[in-house]
Design a protein around this ligand. Sequence first.
Ligand SMILES: [Zn+2]
Length: 44
Amino acid sequence: MAYKCFSCGKNIKEEHIKKKVRCIYCGSKIIFKERSVGTKVLAR
Ligand SMILES: [Zn+2]
């Protein structure tokens, strides 16, 4: 699962935010899960 910083838009690995949810690049606390890009969309 990939995460993305809302502020600077950089990708953040899950291991980086296990201890504390914060962007390692800009320090933003707003991080969201990045949806898989370029892959099939699974229909429910
Ligand atoms: Zn950031």
